[in-house]
Design a protein around this ligand. Structure first.
Ligand code: GTP
Ligand code: ZN
Length: 205
C-alpha cells in the first residue's frame, strides 16, 4: 500500500513510519498530517488487532508537562503510566495529538496559566477570560488515525468522559474505559479538583 496514497475522509494523511525504541519497549512511530496541516503521531506496540479492542491512550500534547517536567498538571506522569501499561501488555497504541492546551495552543495556555496565577482563576475560568472555550479539542483526527491503523474498537486509558464521548461521536467504539491516575502533587491538586468538578473527570477509587 502506498503511504502517500492514504487519505482518510477527514483529510488525515499517513506520512511515514519508523521504529521507536523507548524506556518501555519498542514501538513503531507513525506520522500523520491533518487537513489543517498539523502534525500528529501514533506509537504502536505489537500488532494490535481492531477486533480485539486493544489498549489505547489518546493523549493531548502538553509541552510543559510531557517534556519540561511541569507539576502544574498530570500529563507527563499519565503519559509515562500509559506507556508502562502498554509495555506490560506488550501491545497497544499511544495516539499523541498536537492539541496543546486543550486545543488553544502553547502560547495561549501560558497566557491562561498567567491568568490563573494573577487572578486566582481556575483552568476553566482562565480559558473563558481569554475568550476560549474551556475545552476546544476535537477527536475526529484521532479517530481517523486509528482507522488508518485498523482500529475502531478499543479499551481507552482516560479519566475524561468528554474524551470517551468525543471518540464515540467520531465513530470509535470504546468497549472499556480504564482509569489513568498518576502524578498528583501539591501543585496540581486544585487543577485536578477543577477537572473533576467542571469536566466530570473520574478520579474515584
Ligand atoms: N488551556 C489549558 N490547557 C491545559 C491546562 N492544563 C493542562 N492543559 C492541557 O490539557 C490537556 C490535557 O490533556 P490530556 O492529557 O488528554 O488529559 P485530560 O483531557 O485531562 O484527560 P485524561 O488524561 O485522558 O484523563 C493538554 O493539552 C494540556 O496542555 C490549563 O490550565 N489550561
Ligand atoms: Zn499538562
Amino acid at each position: 500500500m502506498s503511504e502517500q496514497a492514504l487519505t482518510v475522509e477527514s483529510g488525515v494523511h499517513h506520512t511515514g513510519e519508523a521504529r521507536l525504541p523507548t524506556r518501555w519497549g519498542e514501538y513503531r512511530i507513525h506520522g500523520f498530517e491533518d487537513g489543517a496541516g498539523a502534525e500528529h503521531v501514533a506509537l504502536v506496540m505489537g500488532e494490535p488487532d481492531g477486533a480485539a479492542a486493544p489498549l489505547v491512550r489518546v493523549h493531548s500534547e502538553c509541552l510543559t508537562g510531557d517534556a519540561l517536567f511541569s507539576q502544574r498538571c498530570d500529563c507527563g506522569p499519565q503519559l509515562e503510566a500509559a506507556m508502562q501499561r502498554i509495555g506490560e501488555a506488550g501491545e497497544g497504541i499511544i495516539v499523541y495529538l498536537r492539541q496543546e492546551g486543550r486545543g488553544i495552543g502553547l502560547l495561549n495556555k501560558i497566557r491562561a496559566y498567567g491568568v490563573q496565577d494573577r487572578e486566582g482563576a481556575d483552568t476553566v475560568e482562565a480559558n473563558e477570560a481569554l475568550g476560549f472555550a474551556p475545552d476546544a479539542r476535537d477527536y475526529g483526527v484521532a479517530a481517523a488515525m486509528l482507522a488508518h491503523l485498523g482500529i475502531q474498537r478499543l479499551r481507552l486509558l482516560t479519566n475524561n468522559p468528554q474524551k470517551v464521548a468525543g471518540l464515540e461521536a467520531a465513530g470509535v467504539q470504546v468497549v472499556e474505559r480504564l482509569s489513568l491516575r498518576a502524578g498528583r502533587n501539591p501543585h496540581n491538586h486544585a487543577y485536578l479538583e477543577t477537572k473533576a468538578a467542571k469536566f466530570g473527570h473520574w478520579f474515584e477509587d
